[in-house]
Ligand binder design. Sequence first.
Ligand code: DAS
Length: 435
Amino acid sequence: MNLKEFLKKHNLEEGQLVKVKSKGREFIGNIIPNSNENTLALKLGSGYNVGITIDEKISIEKLEGSKKVSKGKSTKIEKTPALPKITILHTGGTIASRVDYKTGGVIASFTAEDLIAMIPEITKIANIDSQFVSNIMSEDMNLGHYGLMLKGIKKAVESGTDGIIIGHGTDTLGYSAAALSFAVEKSPVPIIIVGAQRSSDRGSSDAGMNLICAAEFITKTDFGGIGVCLHTSSADSSCSILPGPKTRKMHTTRRDAFKAINDTPIATIDYKTKEIKYLQKNYSKKEPELIIKNKFDEKVGILKTYPGINLKQLIFFKKEKYSGLIIEGTGLGHTPIFENDAFVKGIKELIDSGIVVGITSQCIFGRVNPSVYTNLRKVSATGAIYCEDMIAETAYIKLSWLLGNYSTEKAKKMLSENLRGEITKISKYEENFVE
Ligand code: DAS
């Protein structure tokens, strides 16, 4: 049964206050519009939204009270010929939802008009176009979504855009930023991924400021690559433009959750003065043409090691005929050894079967080293590739992209070579924790 049939069966409509019981959990909220027809979306009293899968086990009860959810009035976009053009690709996530302040209902769909209604000041910075790519929370993305974003980038560049903003959920934003960084080899325009930690219906929303700062940067910079734009600190003072292949979400809720790992932001934008301060000099510049290599190998995985890990988890990747595996080890890139080197032999077995194995560290900051300890040398002797100061997520995306576009031998060689700034000579640390 889909959403429409479900609402009809229970004689319900958008805005109705309901109590829903599903999988042992209970939710009370107003029914709000959403484009996923297998999900009932509620706006909870806390301001957060929740999506509940419609299945036979769900129970629903109508409560007193409802909030009429209107589509909100859409704003006619005034174009100013002299202004540059920015194309916004919508993929979903918190950034893509906005609230009709009169009713408290959330508009889950997204168009340029919605955005202008939410932050009209953006029309003074650029003419806004928008493209619908997907409407998905980013925890639910797969490698196929990167192909959709790359198609959107190509279409926007062909339309003569001066820059691209990609509205994206925050949970897997770092993976997408890495994926697009490798796939877009050269770009004539800046491509900035923007997320939000607070939905626009909350006073502390960061959506508007992140979008404005991204637009300001795009219209003034000579940067031509993939960046990420969110708050620099928890204050509404500035946003950072973070390097695509070095960005990770480091906090579940803070608005400055995103940090450049082992690196510094490319630039910061002061929200009040709109002044841009560059922290990096040799960032990628705009190129005359767009060059994209858009393939990703689906049979690549990540395995985090931990005390008590079972050797079978390693052998799984051989049984399932994977082509690549990133082992997120400990410290300098250690993995368990096991009695009689059983775990190390397991890694060797994977590699001998043709699987490319890379090693990163759960420490997140710093870089791995294959030779300080005897145990590291044992692992390195299997042919496993130490991935310098890349985090596991970036190494995973890079290996998937390499195996999708190059031979296994070439992929092995390129995995530990710096291609897009994903490997830095000196791994920076303090710079990330400025207030
Ligand atoms: N679930 C989160 C996501 O889409 C919501 C957000 O933070 O944007 O990644």
